[in-house]
Structures are given as C-alpha cells and as structure tokens.
Design a binder for this molecule. Structure first.
Ligand SMILES: [Zn+2]
Ligand SMILES: [Zn+2]
Length: 181
C-alpha cells in the first residue's frame, strides 16, 4: 500500500465526503445520513447528531473538493490553511484496538474540525509522497465524483458509485454491436 493505514482510510473518507456533494442528490440530507457516514467510515470521538454539526460538515465539502482540481501550490495552501485554522498538533495515539496513528486535534473537537484536519493530514502525505496523481476524478461521462486511486499500478479510473460497472456494460455492448456489424 502506498500510504500508512490511517492516511488511506482518511483519503477514502475524504473522497466519499466530497462525493456527498456531487451533481446528484444531496448525500448528507439529514442528521441520520451523517450518522451513517460516521459509522461507515469508522469515525470515532465526539459526534453530536445535530443540525449544526451537519451544517458544519456540509460546509467543509467545497474546500475539500477543490483539492482534487487544484495545482500543487493551491493544494498546499488549502492543507496549510486547514492545519493552521484548527491549530493542528499531531500526536500518535491508540484507541479502540487500533494501531498507533496520528490525530492532530483532540477527539472531543467538533466532527467537522476532525474531518478537516484528518483530510489535511492525509493530503499532506500525498503531497510529500509526490503522489497527487492518485487524486483523480471519475472518467465516466458526466460523473463528477472524485476518487483516490490506491491501486498498485495506479489503474483505477472510476468512482465507487457504480461507474466501473456501467463502463464495463457499455464496453460489452459496444463489442457486441461491433461483432454484429
Ligand atoms: Zn483514531
Ligand atoms: Zn463515477
């Protein structure tokens, strides 16, 4: 794997968070949807289940999406801005039977703050590793989802919303049509 385990799970969660604000329906329509997101992506620590928390998480998304479209200098300024704003102080900790990993804000910091700082820390790793090419947008026509390619040969092209399957079906149909004509 190209990155540490906590970096990889943060990158996946960050891409998923960005994709809740895509072209389609709002992916975080209510507090319950945020609860699900929290569980699916194994967040831990403070979780308020409030409209205010939901609004703060939603408000973070455009800034994070920008990371997928910006050049390295702009990405660095977003990452440094997030770390500075939230007074990030990296500490190795262990909890819930997880191996040591980095937290840069306390576990009782607001959820949106922890999401922002975790994303920034993970993207910092990607920048330092010279791996920004792994942050890509889905190649399926009209899909604006972002993705993190953690594959060995950097071969991932489609997001996790079923675009890979759709592309495979299209390719299959095209082959059949070509064989018929
Ligand atoms: Zn943790
Ligand atoms: Zn897609």
């Amino acid at each position: 794997m190209p990155f540490a385990h906590d970096t990889e799970s943060s990158l996946i969660a960050t891409a998923a968070l960005v994709n809740t604000a895509g072209q389609g329906d709002e992916g975080l329509p209510d507090v319950a949807a945020l609860n699900d997101f929290f569980t699916v992506h194994s967040y831990s620590g403070r979780h308020e289940h409030t409209e205010a928390e939901l609004r703060a998480v939603r408000a973070l998304r455009p800034r994070l999406r920008r990371i997928w479209h910006a050049d390295v200098d702009e990405i660095v300024s977003i990452v440094n801005g997030l770390l500075r704003e939230h007074r990030a102080l990296p500490q190795l900790i262990t909890h819930d039977d997880e191996p040591y990993h980095l937290h840069a804000v306390p576990r009782d910091a607001p959820l949106a703050t922890r999401m922002a700082v975790e994303a920034a820390m993970a993207i910092a790793d990607v920048v330092r590793g010279g791996e920004l090419r792994r942050l890509r947008t889905c190649e399926y026509p009209d899909c604006d989802n972002v993705l993190v390619d953690l594959s060995k040969n950097r071969s991932r092209r489609f997001c996790e919303a079923g675009c890979g399957n759709r592309a495979a079906v299209n390719a299959y149909r095209a082959r059949k049509a070509a064989a018929r004509s």
